[in-house]
Design a protein around this ligand. Structure first.
Ligand code: WQD
Length: 344
């Protein structure tokens, strides 16, 4: 079996990617210290796939502990590195925490990959690397502007580190630039589990709708956009997950060494924050309690993907619609409430 190491495997995108990898014949192990995740999500992975996934509860900022995992698993054929803090607003409040965690962990994993000659490395990057682009439908070649947040800067730095290291060792790399991952696996056995007050839009919407939050705030409706709110390219997390399997297969076919390819993972459609709220209300027949508040520092005004390269080279095509995204997100929130009730 091809063993793939997923760092951040208990996280939102990590857990969905593990499901897709297993569905496609890979054996998977995870490293996740659960500082921003809950290991229970792997029970949901097992429910879907029938496979128990081993998680090493290791802090990726401690090299010796990371290396010990690689020594215990010498047949790792690929690494998918998700583990990182990823909240734009939080990174503005605590930049050093983001630089220390996101960069140190990446360096340790790459050092182990070099030492153990792991042939494939996929880096979880983000559309935030574009900053506030001059053209809002971006290709992988769109010039990167100054990162709008320390989070975005850690992704810009991370991409440069991966690109530089890959060419110096026998590894092939892929950088996957996610736009806005939302929704839950169609089985509703896994989904997003924000720790504490949700930073991202969709969990804030669903937690407000279910009553965990009294009201949500739209961070600014005075931008120069179609309705004044920010524009994003929301994409179903399972579409993002499948792109990782396709990226691995792309790398497996590569005989040439030292490549590092970049792919945008978005639907190619831009939705405003207010449009997403409207879609949520309509699809789920819910009136959401929200208010318009001040802009959030670090927010990019508008961005969405030109995804032609991933479609052409990875043979990837997003299959979930905005309706699927807001519907599965809501069904997941309802399942969390039911699980909590069952535990009482
Ligand atoms: C989206 C819009 C907010 C919460 C995310 C991930 C990042 C990266 C890119 C993958 C913004 C607005 C939000 C709320 C709001 N993806 N909003 N009220 O900042 O685009 O970044 O996608 O790696 O990791 O964090 O996503 O969901 O935080 O914000 O109005 O309560 O929703 O202002 O315009 P963002 P987000």
């Amino acid at each position: 079996m091809k063993v793939i190491l997923v760092t951040g495997g208990c996280g939102y995108i990590g857990s969905h990617t593990i499901v897709d990898l297993i569905d496609n014949g890979y054996d998977v192990i995870s490293i996740d210290n659960n500082s921003r995740s809950n290991e229970s999500i792997l029970l949901g992975v097992e429910k879907i796939t029938g496979k128990k996934v081993k998680n090493y509860k290791v802090n990726l900022c401690i090299y010796d502990d990371v290396y010990a995992v690689f020594q215990e698993n010498p047949t790792i054929e690929g690494i998918i590195h998700f583990a990182a803090y990823k909240a734009v607003g939080e990174s503005v409040e605590n930049p050093m925490m983001y630089f220390e965690n996101n960069i140190s962990s990446l360096i340790n994993v790459l050092k182990c990959a070099q030492e153990m000659k792991v042939p494939r490395f996929i880096f979880s990057s983000s559309c935030t690397v574009y900053g506030n682009p001059d053209v809002i439908k971006v290709t992988e070649d769109t010039p990167q502007k100054k990162a709008a947040s320390p989070y975005g800067l850690t992704k810009q730095i991370g991409e440069s580190i991966v690109e530089n290291i890959v060419v110096t060792c026998s590894t092939n790399g892929v950088l996957l630039r996610y736009f806005n991952p939302v929704g839950a696996h169609p089985s509703i056995a896994i989904g997003e589990l924000p720790i504490g007050k949700p930073q991202n839009l969709i969990p804030a919407v669903t937690q407000t709708a279910i009553g965990k939050l009294p009201q949500m705030t739209v961070f600014g409706a005075d931008y120069d956009t179609k309705d004044g709110s920010c524009i994003r390219d929301f994409i179903h997390v399972s579409d993002i997950a499948h792109a990782h399997t396709l990226a691995l297969q792309f790398l497996e076919e590569k005989k040439k060494e030292n490549i590092c390819e970049i792919f945008n993972l978005g639907t190619g459609d831009g939705y405003s924050v207010l449009e997403v709220i409207k879609a949520f209300e309509t699809e789920n027949d819910i009136k959401l309690n929200y208010t318009i508040g001040p802009r959030r520092e670090g927010d990019v005004i508008a961005i969405f993907a030109n995804n032609n390269k991933a479609k052409k080279i990875l043979n990837w095509a997003p299959k979930y619609s905005m309706k699927d995204m807001v519907k599965t997100a809501w069904q997941w929130e309802l399942s969390l409430q039911n699980n909590t009730k069952n535990q009482l």
